[in-house]
Design a protein around this ligand. Structure first.
Ligand code: AMP
Ligand code: GLY
Length: 407
């Protein structure tokens, strides 16, 4: 099978790493890919937002399956264009991707499907959460405990444009739960804990993600199925009922509150950086599951299962999430890999054959081991070997008792 992967971040590098190991993957292509993905397949300078060029590339290469990584092209309708042209695609239609693209739409679907979620508030009063209603790369949510934070949150959300949603503030541990759906049926893939805040102890602003680990404590196969029954399956049924069946990866962001799990959000694609932890922890071939979902029939498909623990540390630019960094030389990757870690590229580029920074989240260092402690220690030992000017990362990813409290 010839596979075209859309995107060029750490999540896509992890997908490329996984797909390249699949028996069924004869050729791997990426648009645009990144320097890490280039070691696994052919990268093409085509922007995911340019649907016409993606389609032309898919046709020219005789692609059998397109796997879309990021949300923006899905929300813009890339999967619809590809399907219309007869190319199989793992990723939802524009209509189904609204589950991520519009928080107001997601709330409406959640309520209709009777999935437990944070209450929507009629008036802005602390404590609460202010959300901008469009895509904001994880940066459009403001947790407000004080009147000052609320003022700042309302201003910041308004500055992003579009309507604003107000929500009850939920407390607990967060969990990202992944299921693969074929429009009707779905299979659970795994769960990971993600660290959204910028600084140790869950301080600082929300980011796209500073690290992750899998499996989450207390979430074995049975619990995973329960969560998918609670969150994903009713929403998939509701989307199908509305005439917009969801094909692809449905990601539920949950808060495990004292009163039970509550859905914070749905995403229409793999999580970043959770995927960089989850995929290396899986045993089995992922490609048949993605291909079956794209073909609309998951019947009888056995997805890969989590076999080891994995920890991912995001190495970010010093100014992230406000500012990225470009042009600083990166060193130590070979050493980190020799130490047994996998280094996924996120914001990197090549300049005259040298690897340089090119973004906010620069690299993800993942290590696997039999247990979480060993995986964490290995991931940190490898991360220390990597260097670039201003390199920063959280020190408390997957630490026992380490805080990962929402809000
Ligand atoms: P979202 O983009 O809606 O997933 O929100 C991003 C992050 O903001 C979540 O992962 C949580 O850490 C936080 N968050 C969102 N909604 C709430 C809520 N109702 N209560 C507490 N924290 C929230
Ligand atoms: N790690 C959060 C996300 O992918 O949205």
């Amino acid at each position: 099978m010839k596979v075209l992967l859309i995107g060029g971040g750490g999540r896509e590098h992890a997908l490329a790493w996984t797909l390249a190991r699949s028996q069924g993957c004869e050729e791997l292509h990426a648009a645009p890919g990144n320097p890490g993905i280039a070691a696994l397949g052919a990268c093409h300078p085509v922007r995911p937002a340019d649907a016409e060029s993606v389609l032309a590339l898919g046709r020219a290469l005789g692609i059998d399956l397109v796997v879309v990584g990021p949300e923006a092209p899905l929300v813009a309708g890339l999967a619809d264009e590809l399907r219309r042209a007869g190319i199989a695609v793992f990723g939802p239609s524009r209509a189904a991707a609204r589950i991520e693209g519009s928080k107001a739409f997601a709330k409406d679907v959640l309520h209709a499907a009777h999935v437990p979620t944070a209450a929507t508030l009629p008036v802005a009063r602390p404590p609460c959460v202010v959300k901008a209603d469009g895509l904001a790369a994880g940066k459009g949510v403001f947790v407000c405990r004080t009147p000052e934070e609320l003022d700042a949150g309302l201003r910041a959300a308004a500055a992003l444009g579009g309507p604003t949603v107000l929500e009850e503030l939920l407390e607990g541990e967060e969990l990202s739960v992944f299921a693969v759906a074929d429009g009707e049926r779905s299979v659970a893939l795994g769960a990971a804990r993600d660290y959204k805040r910028s600084l140790d102890g869950d301080a600082g602003p929300n980011t796209g993600g500073m690290g992750a680990f899998s499996p989450a404590p207390g979430v074995g196969p049975a619990e995973l199925e329960e969560l998918v029954d609670l969150a994903h399956r009713p929403v998939l049924a509701e989307l199908a009922r509305r005439g917009s069946p969801f094909t692809g990866l449905l990601y539920a962001g949950l808060m495990l509150t004292a009163d039970g799990p509550r859905v914070l959000e749905f995403n229409c694609r793999f999580g970043d950086p959770e995927t960089q932890a989850l995929l290396p922890a899986l045993e089995g071939d992922l490609l048949p599951t993605l291909a079956a979902a794209a073909a609309g029939d998951l019947t009888g498909v056995v997805p890969p299962v989590v076999r080891t623990a994995a920890v991912t540390i995001s190495l970010v630019a010093s100014g992230y999430p406000e500012r990225g960094d470009t042009g600083s030389e990166i060193g130590g990757l070979a050493e980190a890999e020799a130490a047994g870690a996998i280094v996924f590229h996120a914001g990197t580029a090549l300049r005259e054959g040298r690897l340089i920074t090119n973004g906010g989240r620069i690299l993800n260092v993942t290590a696997t081991a039999d247990d979480l402690d060993a995986a964490r220690d290995a991931a940190y030992a490898a991360a220390e070997l990597v260097s670039f000017a201003g390199c920063r990362y959280r020190r408390d990813i997957a630490r026992p008792g380490g805080v990962c409290v929402g809000g």
